[in-house]
Ligand binder design. Structure first.
Ligand SMILES: *Cc1c(COP(=O)(O)O)cnc(C)c1O
Length: 358
């Protein structure tokens, strides 16, 4: 039986989408073969790929000034692809370090480009998100990179920074959770396995103007503009994940689009944080305005109860609530695919657990 899956990633996918894929997995649409057995340059697959891209453009309202790429290598590959492409545009690059993922991005970039840490909350164990007005942006930097939703710490920046530089964002754990003004960014990237679909696919949304400025001496596979020219089929793309993501995009559309998910996601997060705040048994010390709506981290006041909490939640079909090893405690990831009912069940369990042990 499927449980309520709070995994941070690979994360829950809507059951109705998995069923749809299951139903057509043996033979796709009169092709006589499975979608995973068809050449990526066939008419039938090209149509799937294009529709998936167009649906994403529609959902996110991506302006014509931006290209959408379906790549591989995960968000982690973007940590190096970004500096490789754009290090020629300035003397260095600005990185805001607000949690584990943005720190990794900065560390990887520093092997390729001079990195200026514009702001960092590392010495406060990432318990606050550095305020945009305090970011120290270098005069001659190529770009500014930040991560608006730190998946591991559960801390987020909800406003879009106003920066007079190419702005790049790791949106792996927050993309498609709400409407987004894509025009404010020069590059957005996201590994698919949090809020888009199966692992293996990385979405990059990039300003076409910027893309053309990328270092032309790089091998093709590392250049955004080459991927764009080849319609994201420079080599064999992750065909199954691309197709699958298309199914999720259709599900988002028929569910009411990103306005619907924004309202739903706010409600789910609010319910859970309100409950956590209502008791001393569970703790989340982050400022309310900086709490992630996707990854709700919390601790049990009494750490000794952690393993009982995990065992008993699992026995109640509430899965994968263990926090990241770096921070400990608990984490409930509640991306689009988590229905309100799952959060209600979690709160009920937490309340009962407290009554039993509190
Ligand atoms: C999960 C995650 C990553 C890592 O993604 P991969 O696709 O595994 O490389 C990077 N950044 C953020 C914000 C994430 O949540």
């Amino acid at each position: 039986m499927r449980g309520w899956n709070f995994s941070a990633g690979p994360a829950a996918i809507p059951q109705e989408v998995i069923k749809e894929v299951q139903e057509e997995l043996l033979e796709y649409n009169g092709s006589g073969a499975s979608i995973i057995e068809i050449g990526h340059r066939t008419d039938i697959y090209s149509q799937v790929a294009e529709e998936s891209k167009n649906d994403l453009i529609e959902i996110l309202n991506i302006p014509n000034s931006h290209e959408v790429l379906f790549l591989q290598g995960g968000a982690t590959h973007q940590f190096s692809m970004i500096p490789l492409n754009f290090r020629n545009m300035g003397n260095n690059a600005d990185y805001v370090v607000s949690g584990t993922w943005s720190k990794k991005a900065a560390d990887e970039a520093s092997k390729l480009i001079d990195v200026n840490i514009s702001a960092s909350s590392e010495n406060m164990s990432f318990s606050v998100f550095p305020k945009c007005s305090d970011w120290d942006i270098s005069k001659h930097s190529s770009y500014v990179h930040y991560c608006p939703n730190e998946t591991i710490q559960g801390i987020a920046m909800h406003e879009i920074p106003k920066i007079d530089k190419p702005l790049m964002a790791d949106m792996t754990s927050v993309i498609l959770s709400q409407p987004l003004d894509v025009s404010k960014f020069d590059l957005i990237y996201a590994g698919a396995q949090k809020n888009i679909g199966p692992a293996g696919l990385t979405i990059v949304i990039i300003s076409k103007e910027l893309m053309e400025k990328g270092d032309s001496s790089l091998p093709k596979i590392l250049r955004y503009s080459e991927h764009s020219k080849a319609n994201s089929m420079l080599n064999t793309p992750p065909t199954f994940s691309w197709y699958f993501a298309g199914k999720v995009f259709k599900w988002i559309k028929r569910s009411g689009g990103l306005d619907h998910f924004e309202a739903l996601n706010k409600k789910k997060a609010e319910n859970l944080y309100d409950f956590i705040d209502s008791t001393d048994f569970y703790v989340n010390n982050l400022q309310k305005s900086q709490r992630s709506l996707m990854n709700v981290t919390f601790n049990l006041k009494n750490d000794d109860l952690n393993s009982s909490f995990l065992d008993e939640s699992k026995a109640n079909s509430l899965l994968n609530l263990k926090g990241h090893a770096l921070v400990g405690g608990m984490r409930a990831s509640i991306y689009n695919a988590m229905p309100e009912e799952g959060v209600t069940q979690l709160i009920q369990f937490m309340s009962e657990f407290e009554s039993k042990y509190g």
